[in-house]
Each structure stands twice: as C-alpha cells, then as structure tokens.
Design a protein around this ligand. Structure first.
Ligand SMILES: Cc1ncc(COP(=O)(O)O)c(C=O)c1O
Length: 425
C-alpha cells in the first residue's frame, strides 16, 4: 500500500497541488497517521512529511541542531492556545503538556518541571545541587555555553572546580576518560547526552551507572535527546535531564523542561519559587511568617505564568511525532545522519570526520573539518549555494556541523556534497 496515501489520505502529488491554506487546514485536522513501520528510505513518504512544514524551499536547511522548524500542526496548536486564552479570558492549562512530555521521555509527571529553554533547566540543576568549595564537577571540552557557564559561574562564586574530558571515538574509551577524572572530591558529572559540536551520542546510561556507583550526581544536558533518539529517562538513571521543545521535538522556541528524578528532588534545592512551587502553608501575613513545604514533584522548580499557546505547541509536537511513529522518526534521522557521514567521508582524505563512525555513537548530527581550509570559508561556500549549516567556533574546535531531521532528504545532502567536492578538489 502506498504509504503517503495512507498518511494523508491523498497522494503526494495531490498534496503538492494544495495551497498552503489547504495544507494548514488539513494539518489542523491532524490527518497524519502512519500505521506501522515506515522505511527510512521511502522518499515518497518522507516527501509527504516535508509538506507539513512551512520551512522555505529557497535554501536547504541543515541546522536542526540549533533550532528545529515546526510543522503546521504545531503552529496551529500554538495559535489555538493563544486564541483560547484571549477569547475565553481564562489562563492556565499548560499543565497538560507535562503529562504528555513525561510519557514521551519515560518519566513520571511529577518528575517534570517546565522551563523556557535548556539553559534554564541546567541552571536550576546547577544551582540547586549542594556543592562546597573544592568540590569537583566533570564536564566535556565540547560544551555549549548553556552547560559550561552555569558551572563556571559556580566556580567563580562558590569555588567549585570544573574538570573536563574530551569525548573519545568509542563509548568504551569515553567511559575510561571519565573514570580517570573521578577523585574523592567529584560530586557531579554534568555531561551532555549529545554535544552540540559533533553530535556524538555519549554512553550516558553507563555514565549515570558509573556516577551512581560512586555516589556522584549525574546532571545531563539533554538539548539534543528528545525527538532525535529513543529516550527512557528512568532506564537511563540520570538525576536530572534538561532539554527543550525547540530542537528535535520540532516544538516552539521558548519552551523546555527539566526532569528531576523523584528521589533526587529531596536533594535538589529549589531556588526560584513563587506561585505553584509551594503548598498552602506559605503565609506572609502570620508573625513570624509561615514557611510551608515545596510543591510535590517537579512543580517545586518552576513558578508563575507560562504560555498556554507555547506549551500547547509542545504537546502538539509530541502528538506529531507519535502520529508518524517515534521509531520511524529516529530511524529516518539516523539514516540521513549516516548518509551525510558516508558521503562526506567519500569526498576524500581532506575530510577530517569528527563524529565517530561507531554505530551507537552517531545519530542526526555530523561534525567535520576540511584539512587546509578555514571552516568559515567553507561555510561561506555553503551560503553561496544556499545551504544553511552551522560553524562550530566553540572551545577552539573551529569545525563544521550538519544536522538533519525528517523534513530533509538525501538530495539536499547531495547538494552539500557537491559543494564539499568542489572545496576539496
Ligand atoms: C548541547 C547544548 N546545550 C545547551 C544548549 C542551550 O540551549 P537553549 O538555547 O535552549 O538554552 C544548546 C543549544 O544549542 C546545546 O546545543
């Protein structure tokens, strides 16, 4: 059976002939069911999926790692959420998203705090974990500033010590490097799950197990996890996991969440509190003031007004993934990642591949350098060919990054390869 037919109840050609308004109406009615497995290279099916995105065709977008453009159903849900508040004069309802997110990442509802981006969640975890002068925290040499600055700020203000390892080409060697850094003073391993630099999938479950076995907390920067690879946070065993809606989940900007393992909530102090983060016993009118308990669960870590529109968008993003089938999404992402890596490697010896070729260590992001060529010059060539990639100036890496999602296809990567071949010839 023709999958795109099943998906849209229309042929891909018929969908292509529709106006944007018609597509939006169709998207809003959520006729996006995929039943069963979809082949990762079924281009007709994935072309149909591309039609669900208003993303411009005027250039090729290979930068999902920075920001994942939303499909129509997400945009429609954001609009509907905003309209709902502004027409019925009620506000609230963002809590429904917590339940949906929890199910998607393998957590309990009470373990999720809503945040506004990854950095927000990392800061809650970083400031809330009890640390004293001289205590050591392990990071990588591949951090985004969202996971390095908060810890360096605690070094500046509280005298903790930041130590770092460089991710290795294999998961086993990466674990050895972390092990070698552990001392009796190590209190936290604050590693990314998938660093933004070269998209290497780190052996985070083993890292968390190692941390637990030594009485060390594992606070994970999960910017690139949800929506790129299968996640089960209970199985991973981390203490916290900070992520966002606007990357691989394809949700709106300005949304995020922090997972805090149930038992760890007794250890992680909430510092930003207000409406929603405490019980009814907090009372400023008694003398002395009455100090109550923190809210049960993740709500102790966030307070105040949230956007019903944006969080409706996050819920719709999860629905969108589930309609396609998360495993179908992950397989397609992995397929395009491998396609990118294989074809770049085939461009010859001037390509210095940074992302490991080890199967378990790669997914949707590929990092590389071109020997003898400044990374900014290559980026310029891509810009001239109307291809958006990302440069990686972070931490002196001076490399290039390609990141692809389900709205991409191999022919777009072929265009990148044409530019690369020209650059290395
Ligand atoms: C690994 C990693 N951590 C943290 C961040 C910061 O994310 P946000 O801008 O949502 O705070 C990013 C953003 O690209 C990232 O890639």
């Amino acid at each position: 059976m023709n999958l795109s037919r099943r998906f849209f109840f229309k042929s891909a050609a018929a969908v292509a002939a529709m106006t944007i308004a018609e597509m939006q109406a169709m998207a809003a009615s959520a006729q996006i069911k995929a039943t069963g497995d979809v082949a990762e290279d079924d281009e007709e099916y994935w072309r149909s999926i591309r039609l669900m995105f208003p993303l411009t065709h005027k250039r090729i977008y290979l930068n999902n790692g920075t920001f994942g453009p939303s499909p129509y159903p997400v945009i429609e849900a954001v609009k509907a959420g905003l309209m709902e508040n502004d027409t019925d004069g009620q506000y609230g309802k963002w809590e429904k998203t917590v339940e949906k997110l929890a199910g998607f990442v393998g957590a309990d509802e009470k373990e999720i705090a809503l945040t506004h981006n990854v950095t927000d969640g990392i800061n809650i975890a970083c400031w809330g974990v009890p640390l004293s002068k001289g205590d050591e925290v392990i990071l990588t040499t591949h951090e985004h500033s969202g996971n390095s600055m908060p810890w360096m700020n605690r070094q500046k203000l509280h005298g903790i010590v930041v130590k770092k390892y460089t991710p290795a080409a294999t998961a086993a060697e990466t674990l050895n490097r972390i092990s070698d850094l552990i001392t009796p003073k190590t209190k936290v391993i604050a590693t990314p799950h998938i660093p933004c630099t070269q998209g290497q999938v780190l052996p985070v479950k083993e890292i968390c197990t190692l941390a637990r076995s030594k009485g060390i907390f594992s606070l994970i920067d999960g910017a690139h996890g949800p929506g790129m690879i299968h996640l089960d946070l209970h199985d991973m065993g981390c203490d916290t996991y900070a992520s966002c809606g606007h990357k691989w989940l394809l949700g709106p900007n300005g949304t995020g969440f922090l997972y805090v393992r149930k038992e760890f909530q007794e250890i992680l102090t909430p510092y930003t509190v207000g409406a929603g983060s405490g019980d009814e016993d907090w009372d400023i009118m008694t003398d002395p003031v009455s100090i109550g308990k923190y809210a049960e669960g993740g709500h102790r870590y966030y307070a105040g007004t949230q956007s019903n529109g944006l969080y409706r968008g996050v819920a719709a993003a999860v629905d969108f993934m589930e309609a396609i089938g998360p495993e179908n999404v992950y397989r397609r992402i992995k397929y395009l990642g491998k396609y990118t890596q294989d074809n770049l490697l085939a461009c010859g010896s001037r390509i210095q591949m940074l992302t490991p070729t080890e199967e378990r260590s790669r997914a949707g992001v590929t990092g590389f350098k071109i020997k003898g060529m400044n990374y900014r010059d290559f980026n310029k060539l891509c810009g001239e060919a109307k291809i958006r990639i990302r440069i990686v100036p972070e931490n002196g890496l001076d490399s290039l990054r390609i990141s692809t999602h389900i709205y991409n296809n191999p022919s777009e990567i072929d265009e990148l390869i044409k530019v690369t071949k020209k650059a290395v010839s």
